[in-house]
Design a protein around this ligand. Sequence first.
Ligand code: PGA
Length: 252
Amino acid sequence: MRKNIVAGNWKMNNDTKETKSLLKDIRKGIKKATLKNTKVIVAPSFVNLNTAVKVLGDSKIKVAAQNMNAAKNGAYTGEISADMLKNIGVKTVILGHSERRAYFGETDAVLKEKVDSALEQKMKIIFCFGEELNDRKENKHFELVESQIKKALFHLPEEAWNKIVLAYEPVWAIGTGETASPEQAQEMHAFIRKTVAEMYSVAVANNVSILYGGSVKPANAKEIFSNPDVDGGLIGGAALKAKDFLAIIAAV
Ligand code: PGA
């Protein structure tokens, strides 16, 4: 059965000292029992991944990268490969975040390549997608989300889905303080699960964790997570404060 997951996407925040201190506070504040039922993941910047792996040690809190290149190695100045990540103990990667799509030209086709490469290299993937405000205003949000998932993931064989977590992040809710209502989140998550069930099977759909992301805070986490098809969250701003992140983890 699918797991509850809370993942913190730190984006381009926190130097090494801040990384250590935030992780120590999270580690200290987290209850062992919580980690039995909930998978907790943090995604610091590339330069602090090594530090994060060391600080977290055997704590069961996992470390993810925020991106990777699809190529195995070679002349790709400034890029990071899956091998480099695995080499330092990072086995999960976030792909398709809306900021990567918007500012770094990551199209569905580019993301499909990254997905294939990550899976080939035995990485786990948190795959992000979501509509912009205009899509929702024009009532095209279901269509858009379906096409994002289809184009990057629906060529995969059924067994690949054991390595995939989905993260629905409506772009209009990211870093804006505006959250999808619990009803909007549930409606979209149920739609996503149905779409996966139609393409693969009910078993695959029931097995995949679908996270919600976009201005999740301690104050709204419980209400969002209590929906049957919301299996946790991908947290940006609120993951940068141990107290808030811990409160969100406790709410799942
Ligand atoms: P936010 O970011 O929680 O700051 O809205 C979420 C995300 O971008 O993953």
